[in-house]
Design a protein around this ligand. Structure first.
Ligand SMILES: Cc1cc2nc3c(=O)[nH]c(=O)nc-3n(C[C@H](O)[C@H](O)[C@H](O)COP(=O)(O)O)c2cc1C
Length: 209
């Protein structure tokens, strides 16, 4: 049973965003399979998390001496609480300049916290947010699944590393590519991504309910 779902969207395109649209479709599928699920939406594209700066970065190590640090610590704690409460985390990630958007990166910068979401042990770092699933929707203007551009894709490996570092290693990636190849190619790609998510929802969500 999916009790709690966190949906993080991170596009600059607002209502025109492909990744947010696909995430919205998944949200509907989740709602149908799990009528009682609690769904929390965090749109870091529309409401960006501030970058860490000299006055605030200490908060990530727990510093709370100044007002600026206290505000950052509160935000980081709130974002982590949303993650901790979620059984399923949906991340909608547009590819910007071959990687994740800076707004999604700023979110990760606030939720990877030593001693809270991961810890250092004698045998290396250990993720502490275990027992969760994630679905990552990746939208891209080009095509990176195969061929010469595959090596330029630093979006998917980066997200896999970031989630894995905090203990989330059951991750399903769904890609909508060729979105800049004209409207027909874009619609076909978005439809394929939604079909993949329907199959995922049928297997992972309905069975679990
Ligand atoms: C600032 C910016 C940088 C982009 N960089 C890339 C890129 O490196 N590779 C690519 O395939 N598409 C790139 N695109 C295209 C987006 O990936 C594409 O528009 C996609 O639909 C974005 O997802 P969204 O609609 O959810 O925002 C870029 C778009 C923007 C606005």
């Amino acid at each position: 049973m999916m009790n709690n779902v966190l949906i993080v969207t991170s596009s600059a395109l607002g209502e025109h965003s492909a990744s947010s649209r696909i995430a919205g479709e998944l949200e509907s599928l989740i709602g149908i399979a799990n009528p009682g699920a609690g769904i929390v939406r965090r749109d870091v594209g529309a409401e960006p998390i501030p970058h860490l700066v000299p006055a605030t970065v200490g908060a990530i190590r727990g510093g709370d001496e100044t007002e600026a640090q206290q505000r950052t610590l509160e935000l980081s704690d709130r974002l982590i609480a949303e993650l901790e409460a979620a059984d399923l985390i949906v991340i909608a990630s547009p590819m910007y300049n071959f990687g994740i958007s800076s707004t999604l990166k700023a979110w990760f910068d606030h939720v990877l916290r030593a001693g809270i979401t991961f810890r250092y042990t004698d045998s290396g770092p250990e993720g502490l947010l275990t027992g969760k699933k994630a679905v990552v929707i990746e939208s891209r203007g080009g095509f990176y699944s195969d061929g010469p551009a595959a090596a330029m894709n630093s979006q998917e490996p980066h997200i896999r590393t970031l989630l894995g570092f905090i203990g989330i290693d059951d991750v399903t990636f769904v890609r909508a590519e060729k979105l800049a190849f004209g409207p027909d190619a874009a619609e076909a790609s978005i439809a394929r991504a939604i079909a993949e998510l329907s199959a995922f929802a049928g297997q992972e969500l309905a069975l679990a309910a």
